[in-house]
Every structure is written in C-alpha cells, then in structure tokens.
Design a protein around this ligand. Sequence first.
Ligand code: HEM
Length: 386
Amino acid sequence: MRQFLNERLPLAELGTHLRKPLPKHINLLFSLGSLAMFLLLLQAATGAFLALYYSPSPDHAHNAVTYISEEVPFGAFVRGLHHWGASAMVIIVFLHLLRVVIYSSYKAPRELTWSVGVLLLLVVLGFGFTGYLLPWDEKAYWATVVGVEIASTAPVLGEVVAKVLRGGAEIGAVTLARFYALHTIWLPWLAFGLVGVHLFLVRYYGSSGTPQNTQEEMKAGKPFYPDQVFEDVVGMLILFLILASVALFVPVPLEDVADATNADYDPRPEWYFLFLFQLLKYFQGPFEIIGTFVIPTVGILLLLFLPFLDKSERAVLWKRPVALTVTTVCVVAIVGLTILGASSPKLETQAAPQSTEDIQGAAPPETETDEAEEVFDFQLTEEELE
Ligand code: HEM
C-alpha cells in the first residue's frame, strides 16, 4: 500500500518539506495562527450541527434555537461551543495579529500574508455580526437595527449596502434569510479561500521567527513536523478543554423573541463591537459620520497597508518607540472603549416602531422608508455626559 502511494504521490518530498527546520527562536506565541485555524474548523463543525435544526424565518428561528438548547441531545453544549467559540476566535485572531506586530513579521516579503490576514479579521467580524441576528431575540434584532443603521451612514454606497443587507425597507424575514446565507455560505467560502492563500504564503516564505535570529539560526530550529505540530495540537486540546468547560457551565443567553415595537429596548452589540458602539457616542449631529464611517474606514485601510507604510528595520516591538506607542495607544483605546461601552447606560433611541406583521414577514413592507434611516441617534444621554 505504502509503495503504491509512494509511486503515485510525492509523499517523500512532502515528508522532507514538513520536516524542514524552523527558525531557532520560536515561542508559544507562534502557535496562535494554528489555534485560529482550529477554531475556524470547530465553528464550521458546530455550525453544521446547529444548521440541522435551525430555520431562518422570523416565525421559527427563535423556537428552533430554544429547541436546540432545551430538547436536542447535546444541543446546548454544541450551541455553547459555537457561541463561546466565536468570542474565542476574535480574541485568538487579535492576539495572533499582535504577535505579528510584536515581532514585525509583517515586513517584506510577508506584506501580502499580512493583508490577507486583515481580510480574515474582517471576515471573522462579519461572522460575528451576521450570526448575532440568527436567534431572532430582542438583542439580536435591535443590535442589527443599529448595525445596519451605522452602515447606511457611509457616503455614496451606505444606503445601498444597508438596503442589500435588509433586503428591503426594514429588518424582517428577508434580512434574516440574507444574514443566514452570508453566515453559512458566503463567509465560510470566503474564509476558507482566504485561509488557503494565507497558509500558502506562510509556507512559501517560511516562518519569520523572532528578529533576534541570525542568518544561520533561521534554519537551525526544531522541525515543523513533528515538533511544532505536536505543540500546536497540545495547544488546541487545551483550548478545546477550556471552551468545553465554558460551554458546559455557562448557558448561552437567549432573550424573548424579537419585538419591533419595543422602542424601550436598550440595544447592545456583541462585546467585540462595543468599542465602535461607544465611539459613536462622542460624535454627534453633523460629526456622526466621523464615528460611523471615517475612523473605522481609515483604521481598516491603515491596517491593510501597514507593511507598505512602515519601512523601518525589522526589530522586536519594544525596540521601536514609534510602533510601540501607536500599538499601545490602539490597544488601550480598544480595551478602554469596550469597558466603557459595556458599562454605559442606555443609548437615547428614537425607535420608529414597526408593525409586528412586518417583522414576522407576513406582510411585505410597502413603504420605501427614508423614515427608517433616522432610527437611532447616537447622542450621549445626560447621565453619560456626567
Ligand atoms: C482566521 C484567521 C487567521 C488564521 C486561521 C491564520 C493562520 C495563520 C497560521 C497557521 C500561521 C502560521 C503560524 C503562525 O505564525 O502563527 C499564520 C501566520 C501569519 N499570519 Fe495569520 N491567521 C489568521 C489571521 C491573521 C491576521 C488577522 C493577521 C494580521 C493582520 C495575520 C497575519 C499573519 C502573518 C504576517 C503571518 C506570518 C508570520 C510569520 O511568518 O512569522 N493572520 N497565520
């Protein structure tokens, strides 16, 4: 059998390639990329299980999620893995990005590996945004109203993007079907395609190691297989055990079914969007667009093109004062805004109530609402100003 396969496939070459030594100085932070990949696969597997029971319609979605959590054997556990796995994914991908910044691994010739990585980060956030609506409970509905409203403020294309996401004038049956399609078909294809390109580039250029490696040390470390693979697999097992314990002991929240007439609801996005949500509150009236569009867009563009903008010598982050200051300010701002966003009181909302029929999808919305555009006002309440 072995001979049969050897004659037909380049197994010997593959073996030699996998056994190639890595750079000498490599630490545990170099396993974060593999952990991100493991989580992507875990999300795909648990999501495939959830899809067996889920139904993307306003009449059935909430019931289906309740059924999964309460009736399906291991349903609550698998839903827990998927829910907490999404948060873990955002944390691990962010830490992986930080490790790449710390060792300036994004510098030539790895600029494209970095830019594809930034696209992957956006896809991961896209999974979070589209998945949040699927349980069709109050928080899902109202956070999506705010999210789509933010998208609509972008100049030129904002309104078109918002309409495409909503699938009409209001959040309803078509929106849920679209978010489900994005979450389970479009984004997974995009994610696996981008991961393919990312990993091809990583293997093609080889690991960058830490900047302390000399030219000789770059090929003097442990082999990728079996040593590094073994460490990565141990990391995956530990991560899985942590996630499984959280999934077993911390129930995934599910609020009442979405009610579009509940104007008093205090909308809040998932925790990893809280920093953006909080940022919006500091830009009012005509300056709103700075928080909703200018800062996020400039931030993403700077991140995408970072390797082409930063032409300094490769060195560890603490030996690059400018990079260290910028990175620290960004991390402190994101963490600080997230904490403020989590503890801040209600946003002042001027919700335009919809009829229950509209959200149930029973009656297609008739009006081309421009009224729906002004649903939220990101003004600070008096309480917050204090
Ligand atoms: C789903 C998301 C992602 C997956 C599955 C993933 C996977 C990986 C893997 C397995 C590696 C090799 C091991 C390692 O160096 O840790 C790697 C390396 C790399 N990743 Fe990612 N990554 C993701 C997101 C990102 C992001 C968001 C960035 C940065 C914006 C990024 C930039 C890089 C770079 C520059 C390398 C090469 C590092 C080196 O050679 O030292 N990746 N990635």
